[in-house]
Design a binder for this molecule. Structure first.
Ligand code: ATP
Ligand code: MG
Length: 273
């Protein structure tokens, strides 16, 4: 016999959302891992550990909110997911614009509200709000956005969890200026910049991690990019490496370099000292 309480129990515990459980979503965000391509990556991970400790500490306020902002493709979502994972908090929930496609403004607000309400019930909770500007329906043409969702988020970002409960909020955005204009930046405990790779050494660190290039390829690449300007997001770089992987061995290096230049990630015309 199945009664109402079984049904409610199942609804709460057994029925998985269409986009997977939060653990699965985190793993999906981290499918390609985190490559430590330089000091910016290690300092973000180190600062992240401090925020996690701060959120855990019993003598501080129960709320720590961190914004990871940086250019598109710089690795914001994956780093936020890594921090959520590092926190080891038992309750982790992800809010992404993807799972709210087609929601009305008020449905979106209700959904976000529910995530926070669930978090307040747990001792140690971590909420990852991915791509805030898209959650707010921000469009760069004709700037418009959902004021209702903005106001709801602003309230939740500032609201202390109940006494004794701890909440770590991790948000990502590639539109720092937009959030600043919406007076949202000041609502965060801390704003962390996630940069693009910007030095030949950064690029070489990623290339060496991939199993695509031979030792000989790598030294050829190192010589070619030495002294040139590099500027590319990790996500785009990994896509270019995948493309090189599909290219026949003898043309790999040349193909990779020309694609990199085409994408604006490498400026062979200029040189830096
Ligand atoms: P978008 O601007 O489209 O939201 P994003 O900045 O959120 O992009 P991610 O979606 O996080 O970028 O993509 C980064 C990809 O690079 C992920 O697949 C991640 O596993 C991989 N990656 C490897 N090394 C790193 C690193 N050091 N930092 C971040 N991501 C990394
Ligand atoms: Mg992202």
């Amino acid at each position: 016999l199945v009664n109402r309480s079984d049904f409610l129990h199942a609804l709460e515990n057994d029925i998985k959302p269409a986009f997977g459980t939060s653990g699965e979503v985190l793993e999906h965000f981290l499918a390609r891992g985190i490559i430590n391509w330089g000091t910016p990556v290690s300092s973000i991970l180190e600062d992240g550990m401090l925020f996690i400790q701060q959120a855990r500490a019993t003598d501080t306020s129960g709320l720590v909110s961190v914004l990871l902002e940086g250019p598109p493709n710089s690795g914001k979502t994956a780093l936020a997911a890594q921090l959520a994972k590092n926190s080891d908090f038992p309750f982790v929930k992800v809010c992404t614009p993807e799972e709210m496609v087609g929601f009305t403004e008020s449905a979106k607000c209700l959904q976000i509200r529910k995530v926070f309400d669930d978090a307040y019930r747990s001792q140690l909770s971590c909420i990852l709000v991915d791509n805030i500007e898209r959650l707010l329906d921000y469009g760069s043409i004709g700037p418009r956005y959902s004021n209702l969702t903005l106001q709801a988020l602003l309230v939740l970002l500032k609201k202390e969890p109940p006494k004794g409960r701890k909440l770590l909020i991790l948000c990502t955005s590639s539109r720092r200026q937009v959030l600043e204009d919406m007076e949202m930046l000041s609502a965060f405990t801390a704003v962390v910049h996630v940069p693009n790779l910007s030095q030949p050494d950064h690029l070489m660190a990623v290339l060496e991690e991939s199993d695509v290039f031979t030792k000989k390829d790598l030294s050829a690449l190192s010589r070619k990019i030495h002294g040139h300007r590099v500027f590319i997001g990790i996500k785009k770089l990994l896509a270019l490496i995948d493309m090189a992987r599909q290219t026949e061995e003898p043309y790999r290096v040349i193909k990779f370099l020309s694609k990199l230049e085409e994408e604006g990630g490498l400026d062979m015309g200029s040189s830096i000292q």
